[in-house]
Design a protein around this ligand. Structure first.
Ligand code: KG4
Ligand code: ZN
Length: 339
């Protein structure tokens, strides 16, 4: 079973061919990071235009690298939301055109469902139900995943997403965009205990998150330098201390969710799952609690189309095929995607 996956929800134009939901034959990602970096964040209109320019060359490259022709495919899977509406439209329109001309079934995929499916590209021993922590630029959610399309939300951020907090903190420190990878790198040279940033745990037992207080605490800390350039060593300490505050709460609540639900496996997904401290912290804490942390390779954590093809495969096998009237939705909730 050969699935072409297409992803254009944010600032990556991506296409991939995946066999049987598992074997990656090609995984092409065209990043717009440089385009948006000069503005300090994603400019939606520029993202849409870049997707329009890139989408067909990226799909062609994915097909060529896979060694397969369009008429050898079994289905086209595409991200239908959540994401930037203009960006989503480009991928969905391309997927519809290909599905129509090649007579292939079309499978609309929720972007978060895509992120969670990354783990299935690398492992076939994930035990259901499992606890899923989705941490990306737009999401910080904990789900209990019982099977394909069966998701129960256990908690979510009440303000900023974890990735958003990384990006905003990097911006206020003048570290550029996107903030996650930069802070991850700089933090490795810093002392995570140097600055005592707050940990927001909310009500006892709550699996929700809040990062806006932490962001404000970093802002206040940085303001104390009164515009004088922050010494390199201090930058590293601030990054490490901020990261420790984010990771500590993410890890604590995710493991708490696994204990409360009795799930053995914990999967993390989304761009922030590429973070070294989170990967190491969760692996250690899960082990201590008798749980197993399953984490995709970093390249499959950030936006890509192989994960969309992997999700598309599972949906296709479950009979969840979309019509050619599929429309993208900027705020597509995971729970309602296939009901
Ligand atoms: O999943 P993703 O590629 O796109 C969305 O669906 O949002 O996630 C992007 C987010 C950005 O906020 C970026 O700063 C963050 O993931 N990110 C990281 C790392 N790599 C990417 N955050 C922390 N550490 C990283 N190594
Ligand atoms: Zn994403």
């Amino acid at each position: 079973m050969l699935i072409l996956g297409i992803e254009t929800s944010c600032d990556e134009t991506a296409a991939a061919v995946v066999e049987d939901g598992r074997r990656i034959l090609s995984n092409v990602i065209s990043s717009q990071v440089e385009l948006h970096a000069q503005y300090g964040g994603i400019v939606p209109e520029l993202a849409s235009r870049a997707h329009i320019e890139n989408i067909m060359p990226v799909i062609d490259e994915a097909l060529v690298k896979s060694g397969k022709r369009l008429n050898e495919l079994d289905a086209v899977a595409v991200t239908a939301g959540p994401g930037l509406i203009g960006a989503l439209l480009v991928g969905v329109s391309a997927a519809k055109a290909l599905a129509y001309t090649a007579g292939l079934p079309l499978v609309g995929v929720n972007h978060i469902e895509g992120h969670l499916s990354a783990i299935f590209l690398e492992r076939d021993d994930v035990e259901m139900p499992f606890v899923l922590l989705v941490v990306s630029g737009g999401h910080t959610h904990i789900y209990l995943v019982r099977g394909c399309c069966d998701y129960e939300k256990l908690g979510q951020t009440r303000d900023d997403a974890a990735g958003e907090a990384y990006d905003k903190v990097a911006k206020l420190m003048g570290l550029g965009y996107p903030g996650g990878p930069v802070i991850d790198r700089l933090a490795s040279a810093g002392d995570p205990k140097k600055v005592k940033f707050p940990r927001s745990r909310l009500e006892p037992g709550s699996l929700d998150f809040s990062f806006s207080g932490l962001k404000t605490a970093v802002l206040n800390h940085v303001r104390a330098y009164k515009g004088v350039p922050i010494p390199e060593a201090d930058v590293a300490d601030i990054c490490a201390s901020f990261q420790a505050a984010v990771v500590e709460v993410l890890v604590e609540k995710t493991v708490q969710a696994a204990v409360a639900t009795g799930a053995r496996d914990i999967v993390i997904a989304g761009g922030v799952a590429a973070n070294r401290a989170l990967r190491d912290g969760l692996t250690a804490a899960a082990g201590k609690a008798g749980k197993r942390a399953l984490i995709p390779s970093p390249i499959l954590c950030t936006d890509n189309a192989a994960m969309i093809a992997a999700a598309g495969y599972r949906l296709f096998m479950a009979g969840k095929v979309s019509g050619l009237d599929l429309n993208p939705q900027a705020n597509l909730p995971m729970e309602r995607m296939h009901s």
